[in-house]
Design a protein around this ligand. Structure first.
Ligand SMILES: [Zn+2]
Length: 233
């Protein structure tokens, strides 16, 4: 029995929406490995994700992608410290000095003791530099840095198939407007979404960092909303 409900987005491609903050976690299975996209906030969440993924594929997570340095996407990563990790330098920097992430998590309603235990468990990740692809044998997953937007280092995961699936991190949000934070780059965000749309194409399924899976039209509307919002400033 899995803890979370995993939605099959395409053949061998899954995502779940964590109850806390409706964060997306993705999983991609292939002949030679299993890629997890983002790790949740707490040890409890990440442990349940690890068990759930073993239910999808008994090998469990071989590769972890962290899309950006916000607590709800990365703090649970120690559970996957043995997996090959793919992330920007900024993610490692945020995890090395995790006090700010912990404070953010508690301010969003996470349990303080649980967050303290999660931070105490952090350990160095098994990172293999910044690679642009993960070869799963029967398919090659692309890691794309499309430009600045939600943060300065958002990483997008493009999974070829029928349909192609694009894990967008928080560059796309469905359950609310895009989160423009202190570390966002709103003036560049719309152009970055054009790069994401070009990578996925018109028929891809786009998985937002928060919310339901959307199509290219939705991403175009979000791009236009961002452009209008910047033009109005
Ligand atoms: Zn974020």
């Amino acid at each position: 029995m899995s803890t979370y409900r995993w939605e099959r987005v395409a053949d061998g491609v899954y995502r779940c929406r964590l109850p806390f903050l409706d964060v997306t976690v993705g999983a991609v299975t292939g002949r030679d490995g299993v890629v997890l996209i983002d790790s949740g906030t707490t040890l409890a969440e990440a442990g349940a994700i690890a068990d759930d993924v073993r239910g999808l594929d008994p090998r469990g997570v071989t590769d972890l992608v962290l899309t950006h340095h916000h607590f709800d996407h990365v703090l649970g990563c120690s559970v996957f410290a043995d997996a090959r990790t793919h992330c920007a330098d900024e993610v490692l920097a945020a995890l090395r000095d995790a006090g700010a992430l912990a404070a953010d998590a508690v301010s969003y309603g996470a349990d303080a003791a649980e967050i303290a235990a999660t931070v105490a468990a952090l350990r160095p990740l098994n990172r293999r530099g910044v690679e642009s692809t993960i070869d799963l044998g029967d398919r090659v997953v692309t890691l794309l840095s499309p430009g600045r937007g939600h943060t300065g280092h958002d990483l997008v995961v493009v999974v070829p198939g029928a349909p192609t699936v694009v894990f967008c991190g928080d560059l796309v949000e469905e359950s609310g407007d895009p989160a423009i934070a202190d570390d966002s780059h709103p003036a560049e965000w719309a152009d970055t979404l054009d790069v994401v749309l070009a990578a996925g194409g018109p028929d891809a399924r786009y998985v937002p960092g928060h919310g339901a899976v959307v199509d290219a039209d939705f991403v175009r509307r979000q791009r236009d909303w961002l452009r209008q919002r910047v033009d109005a400033d």
